[in-house]
Ligand binder design. Structure first.
Ligand SMILES: *[C@@H]1O[C@H](CO)[C@@H](O)[C@H](O)[C@H]1NC(C)=O
Ligand SMILES: *[C@@H]1O[C@H](CO)[C@@H](O)[C@H](O)[C@H]1NC(C)=O
Length: 390
């Protein structure tokens, strides 16, 4: 699984290193087999895969062109590989022509108008505690705004009917912006309609969260603390030292995050990393009243090339990218209930490429992701399916 999705820059490095040695051909062979095996399931995912596939193919073609003519035998092998690639491409084109583009991604105009859905959502919420859903795909996206700051966080209250929107413009400051409704944020320039809230201590990173009327935010100096801040009367309701020691940045591609707070249908989570287990992401379940850690897990998800993560129904989804930006994708999954594994979970690509996601907040009531990608504020609507339907 991991090999299959090695990013193309890695592939390029392998190509250069291997200089067309058998290893390299084996590698291509593996890639080809994977592509071929997957054709059968590409009917609904053709577009996403085909663009990655085409990038890969272009690299192969460039390589073939630059090959020294003396290396005839290898050249022959590569040409065979190329013709195989071309055949796959024709098959893809055929699939694509049978499944026109909109099936993959519709940009939903009413994505943000969910007032009518509220009643339905309230009913749904009753069932949240026994949720057993996992991500199936990204159904729609909407870029709602563009700000100058490359990295930041924007979110609604993840567990209330409040229409308010909160914006953390940057990766550290002492002030946040509150908007009465989404339109006040999206329909005016910059943050002009936002009400400034000055917090008692500065915040650090983009791992903060608004949950049931409280802001839970990360303070990094003098040490890591979670501050629970009452957004009604602007007072500190509680604070707690984060109990992990020797923390390190939790996502390789967004080094300002040491602790990322998340909410799912069942409660609060902290995603973090420590020097003791320096290559992998840790996950903890938090008690939202006491801010205590109830349980912690060492996940198999690497820190390297991770850009962000979120939790749905007790499953951690880690989003990866590469230093030379490609498309973000969910490439590691960790289920605290042990039902879903990375191999079973669908590989979900984010439809557009800007930079890396500086923040991703899953809103369990709306089943949407609120994200900040290279200055773009984007909402993704998710399709979920039952874990047991695998
Ligand atoms: C917070 O951001 C504002 C606006 O970008 C900036 O003027 C101010 O200096 C920042 N404050 C801190 C404490 O970083
Ligand atoms: C702020 O409001 C909460 C309840 O909403 C209350 O318990 C707390 O005492 C209030 N704090 C102050 C300083 O008024």
């Amino acid at each position: 699984m991991g090999t299959f999705f090695l990013h193309l820059t890695v592939a390029a490095a392998v190509i250069l290193e291997a200089q067309c040695q058998p290893q390299f051909l084996e590698y291509i062979e593996r890639r080809l087999s994977s592509f071929e095996n997957r054709i059968a399931v590409w009917y609904d995912q053709t577009q996403r895969y085909s663009s990655e596939y085409r990038e890969f193919k272009n690299q192969i073609l460039a390589l073939v062109e630059s090959l020294d003519k003396e290396k005839d035998e290898q050249r022959h092998n590569l040409e065979m590989a190329t013709s195989r690639l071309e055949r796959i491409e024709r098959e893809l084109d055929y699939l694509e022509s049978r499944n026109p583009a909109p099936t993959c991604l519709e940009v939903e105009e009413n994505l943000i108008e969910h007032t009518a859905e509220n009643a339905k959502e309230k009913k749904k919420r009753k069932h949240m505690t026994d949720c057993a859903e996992m991500i199936f795909n990204i159904k729609a996206m909407k870029i709602v705004k563009r700000l100058e700051t490359a990295a930041g966080l924007w979110t609604k209250d993840l567990m209330s009917d409040s229409e308010k929107v909160y914006v953390f413009d940057g990766v550290s400051n002492d002030t946040i912006y509150e908007f009465a409704r989404l339109k006040d944020f999206t329909d005016f320039t910059g943050l002009i309609k936002g009400k400034k809230i000055k917090l008692p201590y500065p915040w650090a990173g983009t791992g903060h969260m608004v949950y049931k009327g409280f802001l839970y935010y990360i303070r990094s100096e003098p040490q890591f603390q979670v501050i629970k801040f009452d957004l009604k009367n602007h007072t500190v309701a509680d604070s707690a030292m984060f109990p992990a020691e020797q923390q390190i940045p939790v996502y390789g591609l967004s080094p300002y995050n040491y602790i990322d707070l998340a909410a799912d249908e069942n409660g609060l989570w902290a995603i973090y990393a420590t020097r003791e287990n320096a290559k992998y992401i840790c996950l903890a379940r938090l008690d939202h009243k006491m801010l205590d850690i109830e349980q912690m897990w060492d996940t198999p998800c690497p820190i390297e090339n991770a850009e962000n993560a979120f939790v749905i129904c007790g499953v951690l989804y880690v989003v990866y990218n590469t230093k030379l930006r490609s498309r973000s994708r969910i490439q590691c999954v960790y289920d605290v209930t042990d039902i879903v594994t990375t191999d079973q979970a669908p590989l979900v690509y984010f439809p557009k490429r800007f930079g890396a996601h500086a923040s991703i907040k899953y809103n369990p009531m709306e089943k949407k992701l609120y994200t900040w990608d290279d200055g773009h504020q984007i909402i993704y609507r998710l399709t979920l399916k039952q874990k047991s339907e695998l």
